[in-house]
Design a protein. Structure first.
Length: 319
């Protein structure tokens, strides 16, 4: 049996109303040289049986069964078994347009491209769609890739609308037991890639459900995202050409920690304030991009600044 060019990794957990549409979109692909790894992550609603039916009818669909461990655990199980030259992720309640994986042909013709990103569309329950428009382009150099990934306007944090060369994931796995698993790996990806192609071909249809894992921000989620952003920001400090972006980037990082503190006022966040302290921008960076709050944070230090700011916010909220 020939090795497929593309491995499509799909973690499946209790998505019986949606998984059929997802898998139908794969069967409709004009690019057919793929394997679809359906990881049944301990489903209890019949999702696994639906996967079995597709696997029985189409040899490209392969079911992997495991006890429930979350999205990262399911993806990692598939990463251990996939055989494709290229990898992509697909959530089981989402779908892709028929021409999406034709992008693999571009990667085959351009061996210098490490990652290809294709268009992404947010699909809301009321039927509204929001396309994230990005002009097709080539991003070269680790500093430019990192800056574009951090800003998120051109290069999206999500792994779902990307095709990776399998070599990018060699020795690399998703962080289990946490959310923001895609963002957490950005710093690792930057170490491994030199060129990213932004393609205009294909569509990833991302279904936004009110009860989905990504719809509510709790303290643990705020902290997971903070830790992922901290890894990315730490990587930014290694690139002198990104110094002009540090104040804005640090502002975004620290605001995530503020949100965590406000979401759970009684929870101790001192370990995270200690972790962020070495990354407070230098005065030379601040004077080039001064704002009142970053100056106050620099003078007071992260812990004192956080205490006074949250006390003021909470006081204003009572008035």
């Amino acid at each position: 049996m020939n090795t497929p060019l593309l491995s499509i990794i799909i973690p499946v957990y209790n998505v019986s109303p949606y998984i059929g549409e997802c898998l139908d979109s794969l069967q409709a692909q004009t690019f057919r040289d793929f394997e679809a790894l359906l990881v049944d992550d301990g489903s209890t609603d019949g999702s696994g049986l639906i996967c079995d039916r597709y696997a029985a009818a189409d040899s490209r669909f392969k079911v992997i069964r495991k006890t429930n461990g979350g999205v990262s655990s399911a993806r990692n199980a598939a990463l251990d078994k996939c055989t494709g030259k290229y990898l992509t992720m697909l959530d089981p309640d989402d779908s892709v347009s028929p021409d999406t994986y034709e992008n693999v042909r571009y990667l085959e013709a351009h061996p210098d491209i490490d990652i290809l990103q294709f268009p992404y569309i947010n699909c809301y329950e009321n039927g509204r769609q929001e396309k994230l428009e990005v002009r097709p382009q080539l991003i070269e150099g680790k500093d430019r890739i990192l800056l574009n990934w951090w800003e998120g306007n051109i290069l999206h944090f999500a792994n779902l609308n990307k095709i990776f060369r399998r070599t990018v994931f060699e020795g690399l796995r998703y962080r289990e037991g946490h959310v923001s698993e895609d963002t957490y790996l950005v710093a690792d990806f930057v170490e491994r890639v030199n060129r990213v192609c932004i393609s205009g071909q294909g569509r990833y249809y991302y279904r936004i459900r009110n009860n989905s894992l990504t719809s509510a921000y709790t303290f643990p989620k705020h902290i997971d995202l903070f830790e992922a952003h901290l890894r990315t920001y730490a990587k930014m400090t290694e690139y002198p050409l990104l110094r002009p972006a540090r104040v804005t980037a640090f502002t975004r990082l620290f605001r995530r920690l503020i949100s965590a503190r406000l979401s759970s006022p009684q929870t101790d966040i001192h370990p995270y304030l200690t972790a962020v302290k070495p990354y407070v921008p230098r005065w030379s960076d601040i004077t080039a991009h001064p704002t009142a709050w970053i100056i106050a944070l620099k003078i007071l230090g992260p812990k004192r600044f956080m205490h006074l700011l949250c006390r003021r916010i909470q006081k204003n909220g009572k008035n």
